[in-house]
Design a protein around this ligand. Structure first.
Ligand code: 1HN
Length: 351
């Protein structure tokens, strides 16, 4: 396929356009829509209901072995505005993963970074570069770029979690690399507390003295436990006297985002409260952990239940309202926008 062909009433111009196409060149003066007053966004506001995600994950568990397609039983959220691409928003992959009792999702690593927010259950541990991280409801688990990871369900109940990856960003940069895990039998540690938490998970700013010298691009703390998140939300709500608060999961050594491409947040809204309506550049994926309420995104509204995954496209006005106390986990590409000087945010007048 060559470049676009243009034609004009003027024969000389027609000849020029034909020769340009022949040489794989395009004249800017015939191209439209390159620069728009505001972002022209293809992704649409959307919700994948938690009940459906759970039921379909379970059905997949009964019908499809873990060994098929990437060694993971994962259902990708496909935003209807993205022409069938398996992406929830243009910069983030979001999916549910289902792992039955006794199942093992074998080791591999890739340059796209991943995170898991656990929706239900416990008993799975994931080995990240040899460090065993237990997974339980409400926890955030990081699998930074190029770290080996494998998941084991050592319990007797299935587990369901949300995976978010920066895969579309890494793919757009043509920087995807993938490798199977070490084939030789490596020691599978099952320590009850990960090394990452032993060193960095004590909270209260208590870091190992060696921390300043290691400067990885991601948080050395790889597991953020629900009990800590829950306590921080309650304390900060109490301190502000507001009906909503948002905390940012951060690298304890630097106070930055947990990974270079993805910001993770948890918002709590007390009954009857709502988050401020805003619009922001960049895209966001929400996941309802607990409670009920309504999400308003880009002029559409959805009732919320635990397990729902929602897409907030760039520059769409959005806010959340709580009926029962609402806890919503969020991942966005904000660190990328900020690093490039493209972050914009403004209050949105929606009521
Ligand atoms: C992946 O490695 C996992 O390790 C989950 O659990 C989802 C989606 C695309 C590419 C790699 C996992 C993934 C993935």
């Amino acid at each position: 396929m060559g470049t676009l062909r243009f034609s004009d009433d003027d024969t000389d111009l027609d000849l020029l356009y034909a020769d340009l196409a022949e040489q794989d060149l395009q004249p800017l003066w015939r191209l439209q829509g390159l620069l728009t007053r505001q972002p022209r966004v293809r992704a649409v506001p959307y919700r994948w209901p938690g009940k459906q995600l759970r039921a379909l994950g379970e059905r997949s568990g009964r019908l499809v072995g873990i060994d098929r397609g990437g060694d993971r039983r994962v259902l990708a959220c496909c935003n209807p505005g993205l022409d069938g691409a398996p992406y929830a928003v243009p910069t983030l992959w979001a999916a549910v993963q289902y792992l039955g009792p006794g199942e093992l999702a074998p080791a591999h690593r890739h340059t796209p970074a991943a995170l898991r927010f656990i929706l239900e259950g416990s008993g799975v541990w994931t080995l990240v570069d040899g460090d065993p991280l237990a997974m339980a409801a409400g926890d955030l688990i990081l699998t930074p770029s190029w770290t080996f990871h494998e998941h084991h369900n050592a319990g007797n109940t299935p587990m369901l979690w949300m995976d978010v990856l920066d895969l579309p960003v890494v793919a757009a940069l043509d920087a995807v690399f993938f490798e199977e895990g070490p084939s030789e039998e490596v020691e599978r540690r099952t320590d009850p507390v990960s090394r990452s938490e032993q060193w960095y998970g004590s909270g209260a700013g208590l870091l190992p003295r060696s921390a300043q010298r290691s400067a990885p691009r991601h948080s050395p703390l790889l597991a953020y436990r629900w009990a800590d998140t829950d306590r921080a939300l309650d304390r900060q709500l109490e301190a502000t006297g507001e009906r909503t608060v948002t905390i940012v999961y951060s690298d304890p050594t630097r106070g930055t985002d947990v990974m270079p491409t993805m910001r993770c947040e948890m918002t709590r809204v007390r009954p009857g409260g709502s988050t401020p309506a805003v619009r922001q550049t960049g895209s966001r994926v929400l996941c309802v952990f607990r409670g009920s309420g309504t999400a308003h995104i880009g002029g559409q509204s959805w009732p919320l239940e635990p397990g729902d995954i929602l897409a907030v496209p760039s520059w769409a006005a959005w806010h959340l309202e709580a009926d029962e106390q609402l806890d919503v986990f969020s991942t966005s590409d904000a660190p990328v926008l900020e690093a490039l000087g493209l972050w914009r945010e403004e209050p949105a007048d929606v009521r």
